[in-house]
Design a protein around this ligand. Structure first.
Ligand SMILES: [Zn+2]
Length: 189
């Protein structure tokens, strides 16, 4: 089987690992991998309410420089939301965006809101010629394998930077103040 695909234990379909989940018995035991569609059906049965499954094809969005970025999607039935991400070596990386469904929002409206968020995100530039372009930096905190997770890496403008890289950029603002705010992946920043 393709190394970048995992087989669903329920319907036996091979899907990218990011589109499914590893079921757990709540005691730390892995009960096997299931695809997103099966996971939604399992949750529907457990919750007693019908949950729709949303399967979205990849889309290409251009950034401020005109470079194209291919986004893949992952739908979460509970809490209902969609994530969009680029792939790096087959796993989610680069730009990532997420939305959670608002009350009574249709899935079309939720996806449209995510697309708007993606386009807006890609038009923004925070880092230019190795320095901070304006005075705001938006990004995502990630695990740094090289540092054993001791300090983070950050993804800014879809590009992974070490904590040192970010620190060097901040040195052009020596003596200035800053405000650091942490936000949920689905929040607006
Ligand atoms: Zn399945």
């Amino acid at each position: 089987m393709d190394a970048q695909r995992e087989q669903c234990a329920r319907c036996l379909k091979a899907v990218p690992p990011y589109s499914g989940v590893h079921q757990s018995d709540g005691k730390g035991n892995d009960l096997g991998f299931v695809c997103g569609r099966c996971w939604t059906e399992i949750l529907s049965k457990h919750s007693g309410e019908h949950l729709d499954f949303l399967e979205l094809e990849p889309v290409v969005v251009s950034d401020a420089r005109g470079a194209e970025h291919e986004f893949h999607f992952r739908y979460n039935p509970i809490p209902c939301g969609v994530q969009a991400f680029e792939l790096e070596d087959g796993v989610p990386g680069g730009y990532q965006f997420a939305v959670l469904a608002e009350d009574d929002e249709s899935s079309d409206a939720m996806v449209a809101r995510l697309m708007t968020k993606m386009r807006r995100g890609l038009k923004r530039r925070h880092v230019e010629s190795g320095g901070i372009h304006d005075k705001t930096v938006r990004g995502r905190i990630e695990w740094d394998e090289e540092q054993g997770g001791r300090i983070p890496r950050v993804v800014v403008d879809g590009i992974s930077l070490s904590w040192d890289d970010l620190g060097e950029m901040l040195m052009s603002f020596e003596g200035w103040q800053f405000r650091l705010e942490i936000a949920d992946p689905a929040d607006e920043v």
